[in-house]
Design a protein around this ligand. Structure first.
Ligand code: WQD
Length: 351
């Protein structure tokens, strides 16, 4: 059985990916310092899979502590590296925090992977590497524009670091560029746990609908789009998770000699903010209390993916519709309200 180290395993995409890996026969360990996540999410993983996943509560920016994980697990055959700060807005306010955290942790993991001859590496990248594209849908070959935020810059630099690192090692890698991951596992045992006020659209919608937020803002309705609001490629988190399993199988199959392969992970459909709100209202029966506000700095007008390469080479086909995304996101929010999901208070100075 292949043992996979998932960094950021207590996070939103990390926890959903662990479920998919276990369901596909992998042995999994997690490394997550829980500075932006809650280790209790692994109880939900256990509820779904029946497997207890060990989490190493380690700051991956500390080399010796990161090295100790590999010393204890010399049989790690692959790494999926999610661990990073990911708030676009926060990165604008604290750029050095983002460069220090996101790049130092990546470099430490790559150094340990080299020391312990780990053969396969999957890097969590983002469509933010494209910036504001001139043409959509974007393919993996679309020219990257300057990043719109330090967060996006850490993803562009992260991709370059991985590409250079694997050139002089036996490791092979895959870079996965997520579009907008949304929704929750159909069991509602795991889902997104934004710290503090959500900045992303779908948790803002569900928290407004459930009453945690009084009102939400639609940031800009005078863009040159079909209804004036921004266009994004929303993709269910379980589709994203399964793509990681397929990416590992792609690397393990060893049929491809490429050292570093890039894939877009998007549905291939662009929906506007107002279309998402309308779909949410339809499936929840809740009239959403929102106001239109000014444009948000750094927002891209419109982007969605050409996902042909992932379909052809990974055999990946997104299974969930926008309706599924809204329904699972809402079910998760309802479960959180019922208190069925127990999460001790988050780190207070982070809220
Ligand atoms: C989507 C649209 C907002 C909140 C995210 C991640 C980024 C990357 C890509 C992974 C925008 C609008 C939002 C609200 C709104 N993912 N909006 N009111 O900015 O595309 O980026 O996905 O790497 O890390 O941040 O997603 O959900 O923040 O915004 O009107 O309260 O919804 O203006 O047009 P974004 P988002």
């Amino acid at each position: 059985m292949n043992k996979i180290l998932v960094t950021g395993g207590c996070g939103y995409i990390g926890s959903h990916t662990i479920v998919d890996l276990i369901e596909n026969g992998f042995e999994v360990i997690s490394a997550d310092n829980n500075s932006r996540s809650n280790e209790h999410i692994l109880n939900g993983v256990e509820k779904i899979t029946g497997k207890k996943v060990k989490n190493y509560k380690v700051d991956l920016c500390i080399y010796d502590d990161t090295y100790a994980i590999f010393q204890e697990n010399p049989d790690i055959s692959g790494i999926i590296h999610f661990a990073a700060f990911k708030s676009v807005g926060e990165s604008v306010e604290k750029p050095l925090l983002y460069f220090e955290n996101n790049l130092n942790s990546l470099i430490n993991i790559l150094k340990c992977a080299d020391e312990f001859n780990v053969a396969h590496f999957v890097f969590s990248s983002s469509c933010t590497v494209y910036g504001n594209p001139d043409h959509i849908p974007v393919t993996e070959e679309t020219q990257q524009k300057p990043a719109e935020s330090p967060y996006g810059a850490t993803k562009q630099m992260g991709e370059q670091i991985v590409q250079e690192a694997v050139k002089c090692s036996d490791m092979r890698s895959v870079l996965l560029r997520y579009f907008n991951p949304v929704g929750a596992h159909p069991s509602a045992a795991i889902g997104e746990m934004p710290l503090g006020k959500p900045t992303n659209l779908v948790p803002a919608i569900t928290q407004t609908a459930i009453g945690k937020l009084m009102v939400m803002q639609v940031w800009g309705t005078d863009y040159p789009t079909k209804d004036g609001s921004c266009i994004r490629d929303y993709i269910h988190v379980c589709d994203i998770a399964h793509a990681h399993t397929l990416a590992l199988n792609y690397l393990l199959s060893d049929q491809h000699n490429s050292k570093c392969t890039v894939f877009n992970l998007g549905s291939g459909n662009g929906f506007s903010v107002l279309e998402v709100i309308t779909e949410f209202e339809r499936i929840s029966g809740v009239k959403l209390n929102y106001r239109t506000g000014p444009k948000r700095p750094g927002d891209v007008i419109a982007i969605y993916a050409n996902n042909d390469k992932a379909k052809q080479l990974l055999g990946w086909t997104p299974r969930y519709s926008l309706e599924d995304m809204m329904r699972t996101a809402w079910n998760w929010e309802l479960k959180l309200k019922e208190g069925e999901i127990f999460f001790p208070a988050q780190n207070p100075d982070l809220n």
